[in-house]
Design a protein around this ligand. Structure first.
Ligand code: GAP
Length: 480
């Protein structure tokens, strides 16, 4: 992980937000390479979703009517229980705190409390489950058996309180409760409130979907693991509206399609898996839910959620707005509130997974033939921020002029980088680290027969192509 964070900063993928002021926790900035990688991920998603007949795109505003969040259940339910240490003032999310207690510690603590003595003998798995439940936790707190991980004192925790994760702000000049609005914690609600608008303006018929990419904000108590859990992030969400009864089939179709999307963009299949949510842990709106998980260096973590949201959202918005969200099916002459199958991916979290998956350290001889290691980002050419680098082998014999001409021919089509400094081996290594899939070199043979070498980042094999065919060659290799 440290290597990824350091490469990200060194090569201009991701920087800490407001770094010169010490940074702002849970916020990150994308540098020159990162912004293109992020854009390419979003573009690939947008193409996969909206370059088809049955999905429309929208871009809703971040600030929405506060009633939206009452209807969605976020005002009431989008909370994490947390406790404060009265002594050192550190604040913890209860589930995170419980994870930090060893099984032995949990057993010992439970054994001291009459109501929990029986449960202290449960299996490891059961004990972890129990520890996540509120009554168990509340007793541990009340009995003062847990030590604060920060100051080590016992009996200093406040009872657990609910903490809403939505950021609040005010519209207009008066900062009172009637002016409160929220920064959206998910993009999905912007789609639901526009369901009727899109339906009538696009003349779509059910089943159809609405896709959106945009920023979301959550006041996470514990931000962690680089881009994994941040306070400001981007989501790529698609809500597919279906007839009740066909929801399970669509759910399973979208689930498979979404995992395949990551694989098609080069993510190793063995690093991906589905995790089904247990019934008791389903979100308040869901009938069924799967996470697509990636195996990060810190363990498996969700990169996308596929949810069967039933008719919960449209029904709630009908109730709260007074506008019917029912759909009239012309063919069957039925009226119903559609079910929603949601695919909800984090753009920034996916970027981190793509970066980690692409990062390799490989044995490769140095320019002078010695054994060495190269760092290479094996990003799919469609995602790579820079598609090609162009080098003159040496800065004489007219090679820079030819190389500049090739660069100029490529530039209108693909992001290209020109580099004439240092040994060519070093230039290749620099591009390997940036994930550039192709390096084009002008050498003395170019001057004789107008061909150039193209080096493939992953195999390091070079082939010769006609210099004036560079754009066509890159197009074929990138688009596949
Ligand atoms: N509309 C449903 C929804 O928002 P979610 O599971 O809370 O579901 C979906 O979030 C995706 O958004 C996650 O799989 C993750 O990729 C991303 N995400 C959620 N919270 C995040 C955070 N704090 N930082 C970065 N990405 C986050």
């Amino acid at each position: 992980m440290d290597k990824i964070v350091s490469l990200s900063k060194r090569r201009g993928f991701v920087y800490q937000s407001s770094e010169i002021y010490g940074g702002l926790n849970g916020c990150w900035d994308y540098g020159p390479l990162g912004v293109d990688l992020l854009r390419n991920i979003k573009d690939q998603w947008w193409q996969a979703m909206t370059y088809r007949e049955d999905i429309e795109g929208i871009d809703a505003s971040i600030l929405m009517h506060p009633k939206v969040w009452e209807a969605s259940g976020h005002v009431e339910n989008f909370t994490d229980p947390m406790v404060d240490c009265r002594e050192c003032k550190a604040r913890f999310r209860t589930d995170v705190l419980m994870e930090s207690v060893s099984l032995k510690g949990l057993r010992e603590a439970a054994a001291k409390i009459p109501e929990l003595q029986k449960q202290a003998g449960s299996s490891d798995e059961q004990l972890r489950e129990l520890a996540a439940s509120e009554p168990f936790f509340a007793l541990l707190i009340a009995e003062g058996t847990l030590a604060c991980p920060n100051c080590g004192r016992r009996g200093t925790f406040t009872p657990a309180r609910k903490f809403n994760l939505m950021f609040k702000t005010f519209v207009g000049p008066v900062e009172d409760s009637s002016a409160v609005v929220y920064l959206r914690p998910e993009t999905a609600q912007g789609i639901y409130v526009n369901f009727l608008n899109v339906l009538s303006s696009s003349r779509q018929k059910i089943p159809f979907g609405i896709a959106q990419v945009g920023k979301a904000f959550r006041n996470e108590i514990n931000t962690k693991n680089f881009l994994f859990r941040t306070r400001e992030f981007e989501q790529m969400e698609m809500q597919f509206f279906v007839k009740p009864g066909s929801d399970e089939e669509w759910f399973s179709r979208w689930k498979e399609a979404r995992l395949q999307w990551f694989v098609d963009l080069g993510m190793r299949k063995e690093k991906l898996r589905f995790h089904r949510h247990e019934k008791e842990k389903l979100a308040h709106y869901a009938k069924d839910a799967y996470d697509i998980e990636y195996e990060f260096p810190f363990g498996w973590g969700e990169i996308e959620g596929i949810h069967n949201r039933t008719d919960y959202d449209l029904t709630r918005h009908s109730e709260f707005s007074g506008k019917s969200m029912a759909y009239f099916d012309e063919q069957s002459k039925e009226r119903y509130v559609p079910y929603i199958i949601e695919t909800s991916a984090g753009a920034s979290r996916s970027l981190m997974a793509f970066l980690i998956d692409a990062y390799r350290e490989e044995e490769a001889p140095t320019a002078d033939g010695k054994a060495g290691t190269r760092v290479v980002l094996k990003l799919h050419p469609k995602l790579a921020p820079v598609k090609a680098a162009v080098f003159p082998l040496v800065n004489r014999e007219g090679m820079p002029d030819v190389a500049r001409k090739i660069e100029a021919a490529i530039r209108p089509h693909f992001r290209v980088f020109y580099d004439d400094s240092g040994a060519v081996g070093r230039r290749y290594r620099r591009q390997d680290e940036a994930g550039t899939p192709f390096c084009i070199t002008v050498d003395s043979q170019t001057l004789a027969d107008q061909t150039v070498t193209v080096r493939d980042r992953d195999t390091m094999v070079q082939e010769r192509i006609a210099a004036d065919a560079a754009v066509q060659y890159l197009g074929g290799r990138i688009r596949g």
